[in-house]
Design a protein around this ligand. Structure first.
Ligand SMILES: [Ca+2]
Length: 598
């Protein structure tokens, strides 16, 4: 009798279990994922990484999520972007060097196309294949060939600027004479751009447009937003600049110390972290005249304003996701593509000549439309505080940047674990995104083509608290760009930087105890010093890293490459025409002279 009474109930339970097992995907909706990439932000430019710049939205994400204080990228734009999109070392994925800085003898060699090659699949392609909506807005810089533009690399909707940078106020304006024009692509086709805009505002507006257009879709989305902030020219709306008036009057030495102290207080670096001096590029603030101090302080005000403006626009995206109820199902990742930029294109006569034709740099107008501002090596050292060096170099200031991951379900509860200290790398982002989306990387074959497998590791085990570190103490992580090189193993780093910040020799640091790279341990740990050099040689061979030509100078190389890649295509017919006219004139004179003599 009891069995009979229970029959319908048992039957219903069995049916419910069957339905549940039949639709596992439908039961667990995969998260939306937003990857926000800042351009040239230093380690402590975010408030919760030690900065004084107002970044309330990023701080909120950091507060609710996890900060990675030992996270590494490449020292310049496209090598990092290539790894962020593919999860494969840049010497394998095609971006062994940037087109701007590559020595001519490396051009086109294996791994050195300066654009993505066909042996990698992007995370956007894999997410798209698995049923994600995929959007890209911002700076692209990994290839303008049809097979490398966003539609061919897995993005459903995209609007991108193809090159290393451009003006932030005027869409058609070059920032340096490195290409013949600014290349904009709307879903892979040449874009019709408004004449004026503000870059950070525009990229968020574009992303919102895509989200609104697909609002009825029940697919999760992946949005890649690659800001131009704070790439040169440093430019910002006046209302943001005004907020920083006077903030930097005490100078770069004071700011560098302030940020170090705050980074220590936040638990990002050990107490008593020391900072390296870089006498080759550093100028004492008090050696400046009052007028110089005022001008330099204004440059940093504009820089801070540009960063805050970017954060403000990120706030618009967050507000939209909250309004539409999507925020709680969205994972956010924020990182910078390299450390703060120190270079001064005005330092070279050719750069100064070009910039003076196209830009103004008057004190009162800095940051506004038509002006060109930079921060130079001294403020850049404060922006990467407490680390050493900046963009282009392999010191921690060039390659250790902020990473925030927020919105991952089941994040570790322990607030101390929310600042993660173990060595992590940009190649870990793709495995993490795939892990979150429950997508398997195809390994070594994708759609019939041989591809490279992933180089990094998913960060989910450390985010959940299941693991203490991402890499084992003996795992080797190599690094090279333009002859600046490093090798990480456990807490140690082997480092060699070229001039002007380095001597081209190997040095050894414990970057967990001494993130500022102040104490060379090669004498104290001679065996480790030798082992890491052997590890580097092995790694560089396995990854096809080419040696730099003996007299390589990155600044000279930028000029040579602009002559070869920009001026020659632009003026070759003028030059050929001029030479032809010269030859004809000479022949004509010679014939005329011969006739007169005859
Ligand atoms: Ca950059």
């Amino acid at each position: 009798m009891t069995a009979l009474r229970n029959f319908p109930k048992n039957w219903l339970l069995a049916l419910a279990a069957l339905v549940f097992l039949s639709f596992p995907q439908a039961q667990a909706k995969r998260p939306n994922m937003v990857v926000m990439l800042a351009d040239d932000w230093g380690f402590s430019d975010v408030g919760l990484f030690g900065g004084e710049i107002q970044t309330p939205n990023l701080n909120q994400l950091a507060q609710n999520g996890m900060r990675f204080s030992n996270f590494h990228v490449s020292a310049s734009c496209s090598p990092t972007r290539s790894m962020l999109l593919t999860g494969v070392d840049n010497h394998l994925n095609g971006v062994g060097n940037m087109r701007e800085t590559i020595p001519q003898s490396h051009v086109g060699r294996t791994g050195y196309l300066s654009v993505l090659n066909q042996r990698v699949v992007t995370v956007s392609s894999l997410l798209q294949d698995s049923g994600y909506r995929t959007y890209a807005a911002g700076k692209w810089h990994v290839g303008k060939e049809p097979h490398n533009l966003p539609p061919a690399r897995g993005f459903d909707r995209s609007l991108v600027m193809g090159d290393s940078g451009s003006d932030n106020w005027e869409t058609g304006k070059l920032y340096l004479d490195l290409t013949d024009k600014v290349y904009w692509y709307d879903n892979g086709q040449e874009a019709k751009m408004p004449k004026e805009f503000y870059s950070s505002e525009f990229y968020i507006t574009k992303t919102l447009e895509y989200l609104k257009a697909d609002a009825k879709s029940d697919k999760p989305f992946f949005a890649y937003i690659a800001f131009q902030a704070n790439h040169i020219p440093v430019q910002a709306p006046q209302s943001f600049i005004d907020k920083y008036k006077g903030r930097y009057d005490a100078g770069w030495d004071v700011l560098r110390n302030e940020r170090r102290d705050k980074a220590i207080a936040l638990g990002l670096v050990p107490a008593h972290s020391k900072m390296a001096n870089l006498p080759s590029t550093h100028v004492a603030w008090n050696s400046l005249s009052p007028a110089d101090k005022a001008y330099q302080a204004r440059r940093m005000e504009v820089y801070a304003a540009m960063a805050e403006a970017m954060d403000f626009h990120i706030g618009r995206l967050i507000a939209h996701l909250k309004e539409t109820g999507e925020f709680d199902q969205t994972v956010f990742m924020f990182l910078s593509d390299n450390g703060a930029e120190a270079s001064d294109p005005y330092a070279l006569a050719v750069g100064r000549w070009w910039l003076d034709q196209h830009y103004n740099r008057d004190f009162d107008r800095l940051g506004s439309k038509g002006t060109f501002s930079i921060i130079g090596p001294n403020w850049a050292s404060a922006a990467t505080s407490p680390l050493s060096t900046y963009k282009f170099f392999a010191g921690e200031g060039g390659i250790r940047v902020p990473l925030i991951i927020s919105g991952v379900p089941n994040m570790a509860k322990d607030s101390k674990a929310r600042v993660h200290q173990s060595l992590t790398h940009v190649n870990d982002i793709v495995p993490t995104l795939l892990d979150l989306a429950k997508v398997q990387h195809p390994g070594t074959t994708y759609k019939g083509q041989t591809i490279y497998p992933l180089t990094g590791h998913s960060l989910l085990p450390v985010i959940s608290g299941a693991a203490k570190r991402v890499r084992g103490p003996d795992e080797v992580l190599g690094y090279e760009l333009s002859g600046n090189k490093a090798l990480f193993k456990g807490d140690y780093k082997l480092l060699s930087n070229l001039a002007p910040v380095g001597d081209g020799q190997w040095h050894l640091y414990n970057i967990v105890q001494d993130p500022g790279e102040t104490q060379d341990l090669q004498q104290a740990l001679p065996e480790l010093f030798q082992t890491l050099q052997a590890d580097y040689a092995k790694w560089s061979k396995a990854n096809g890293v080419l040696d730099m030509p003996k007299a390589y100078d990155p600044i000279e190389q930028v000029i040579v490459n602009s002559l070869v890649f920009v001026y020659w295509p632009r003026y070759q017919w003028h030059l050929i025409g001029f030479l032809a006219a010269l030859v004809f004139s000479l022949l004509w004179f010679w014939r005329r002279k011969s006739q007169v003599i005859a």
